[in-house]
Write a protein that binds this ligand. Structure first.
Ligand code: R5P
Length: 277
């Protein structure tokens, strides 16, 4: 059975269709002191808990769903379409936690294996104490793109150029390149232009995640006379005013997957996840 987290109901339903396994109807309750309680009424041989940890509350819900699923199934698999805290994969200053490691350890206690989609760094898998499989959904990002003229696929930094190349390859035409990026703080990002000519071309900016939208907005500001600008990412977190920032920056359309369920989630990662289960 597929056990959906409340923030991942679309992708869980899509996975249920892909695998032809039933969806569990998790039940929720809240105590007067604010604590939550979940219940998984069904039993099965295998429970696949599908929950993007998009918030601290989603982390708690995941631990509860895993524990409940363990009572009802022989095998528990945890699918993290989006793994929260994955970008905190090292201590930036002495005395800080490696938050991704702390989250991975906690999640490991309730599962036999983990499957996650395009974590910021694949090495985050090493933090889990159970087997961890990475799903690469980048190729699917080409699906919602319209027909492009002289396409140029750009990533905002060198580490994401693989994603830009994967989208270019899936689209089937165009060049791929990247910007140089320096991050001074959570919202202060400096982008230096690439050598690629952007004039009179359709530009597709590709990244693993759009969080505050600062990176993509800065990248768009560096483009010189593009015909159209499309922005695509695996994880459309789009926190706070990120979508408005992108609109103000002049983007023609934003696309993401359903690892984080947003209005821009034009592509489902469920088929790619199903291949690994
Ligand atoms: C960082 O290296 C990531 O690949 C993204 O570029 C970054 O996390 C996006 O964050 P934001 O939208 O807040 O600039």
């Amino acid at each position: 059975m597929i056990v959906p987290g409340s923030a991942s109901q679309e992708v869980a339903a899509a996975l249920s269709r892909e695998l032809d396994e039933p969806l569990a109807a998790a039940e929720y309750d809240r105590f007067a002191d604010g604590e939550t309680l979940v219940r998984v009424p069904e039993t099965a041989e295998r429970a696949i808990v599908v929950a993007s940890t998009v918030s601290d509350a989603a982390h708690v819900e995941l631990l509860q769903l895993q524990d409940a699923a363990r009572e009802q199934a022989e095998e528990v698999v945890t699918v993290l379409p989006y793994m929260g805290y994955a970008r905190q994969d090292r201590a930036f200053e002495a005395g800080q936690p490696v938050s991704a490691r702390a989250m991975a350890r906690a999640i490991s206690t309730g599962t036999d294996r983990v499957v996650t989609v395009n974590p910021h760094e694949g090495s985050v898998c090493d933090f889990f104490e159970t087997p961890c499989t990475v799903v690469d959904a980048a190729g699917r990002l080409a699906e919602p793109l319209p027909s492009l003229s002289e396409p140029l696929f750009l990533s905002p930094d060198a580490s994401a150029v693989d994603l830009a190349e994967a989208v270019r390859d899936a689209y089937g035409a165009g060049e791929a390149d990247y910007f140089e990026k320096d991050r001074h703080s959570d919202t202060d990002v400096e982008i230096r232009p690439s050598d690629a000519n952007t004039a009179n071309r359709d530009v597709v900016l590709v990244d693993d995640i759009i969080a505050t939208g600062s990176t993509m907005s800065m990248a768009i500001a560096q483009l010189s006379e593009p015909t159209r600008v499309f922005v695509t990412c695996v994880h459309p977190m789009l926190a706070a005013n990120a979508r408005s920032k992108l609109a103000t920056a002049g983007v023609d359309a934003v696309y993401g997957t359903d690892t984080i369920e947003r209005a821009v989630s034009a592509v489902s990662v469920a088929p790619a996840i199903a291949d690994k289960l």
